[in-house]
Design a protein around this ligand. Structure first.
Ligand code: GSH
Length: 282
């Protein structure tokens, strides 16, 4: 089912790009996997799923995230899906924006036409992709999840909606409260419909009060991120976590912006956080 598109040796492991037919996305999907040296030596290794942000593909984090060296040392696989379904028949923003449609799937399962035929990134990332990869690659069924911006939020929602499925979760500059910001309102309005009551189950800040599992959240946010106050709203997440007693380590990193320079600067902390959870017994 996995068609190999390319392969590069990296830090003793392999960076591979694959294509496969996806039932959730109703068409072909492209993704990247980093297999650490331990996987090539016959070990089944745990996996960190990485969800990228608006306008990205699998390539951004693999080329600019700076994660391979430590993932190789820690024996972690990295899995980077695309950020939306793709293709000529897949609808995209009628206004031509980059914050809706292709490259902007927001990791939800759309309920509204025309989006609902392809835009099921949540079920793809949480269910279909791990089942496929664990069947075809030397991956253990031990998973953690992280991501950036739209993908940081997607990671938080994946963990909050699926207690027990992830050993750990973290995010870089997540869109913390999409129901209360322009990017989120536009995307959720299209994918989930105009009634904000339909959005609550897809919004990390709104999921926290009733979360069935209090999995600690590690969040890094740059203080010089141009999207901080308008789109990302980490204070909303912090207030919800505080009120619910949900463990949150929110680190404001002085002078860092929204780019992959910020991510690469702190990716090691996140990899160690996830490796500790993934390598723990049970
Ligand atoms: N500069 C972007 C704005 C969107 C943006 O900042 N995207 C972030 C995620 S929200 C990103 O990671 N961009 C790709 C990259 O930096 O490699 C554009 O206008 O296309």
């Amino acid at each position: 089912m996995l068609e190999l598109l390319s392969e590069n040796r990296s830090f003793g492991g392999l960076h591979r790009r694959y294509r496969h037919p996806s039932s959730e996305l109703n068409g072909p999907a492209t993704l990247a996997v980093y297999l650490p040296p331990q996987a090539l030596a016959g070990e089944r290794v745990p996996a960190l799923y990485w969800l990228s942000g608006l306008t990205c593909t699998d390539e951004n984090v693999m080329q600019k995230g700076g994660a391979h060296r430590l993932a190789a040392e820690l024996g972690l696989a990295l899995v980077a899906p695309d950020t939306s379904p793709r293709g000529a028949e897949v609808p995209t923003d009628p206004e031509g924006g980059w914050d809706l449609g292709q490259g902007a799937g927001f990791y939800v399962d759309a309920t509204q036409a025309p989006w609902d035929r392809h835009y099921r990134m949540h079920s793809y990332v949480v269910e279909e992709l791990p089942a496929l990869l664990e069947a075809e690659l030397p991956l253990a069924p031990a998973r953690s999840i992280s991501g950036h911006s739209m993908g940081g939020h997607g990671a938080l929602v994946a963990a909050l909606r699926h207690p027990g499925r992830y050993r750990s979760v973290s995010a870089f500059a997540p869109i913390c409260h999409p129901a209360a910001c322009p990017w989120g309102r536009k995307a959720f309005g299209a994918y989930l419909g105009p009634d904000p009551r339909a959005w609550a189950g897809w919004d990390a800040t709104l999921l926290i009060p009733d979360a069935a599992e209090r999995l600690p959240l590690l969040v890094d946010q740059g203080s010089a991120d141009p999207f901080l106050d308008t789109q990302l709203r980490p204070a909303d997440l912090a207030a919800a976590a505080e009120a619910a007693g949900h463990p949150l380590q929110l680190r404001l990193q002085e002078g860092y912006d929204h780019s992959y320079f910020f991510i690469a600067s702190f990716i090691d902390d996140h990899l160690r956080h996830h490796a500790a959870a993934l390598r723990a017994p049970g």
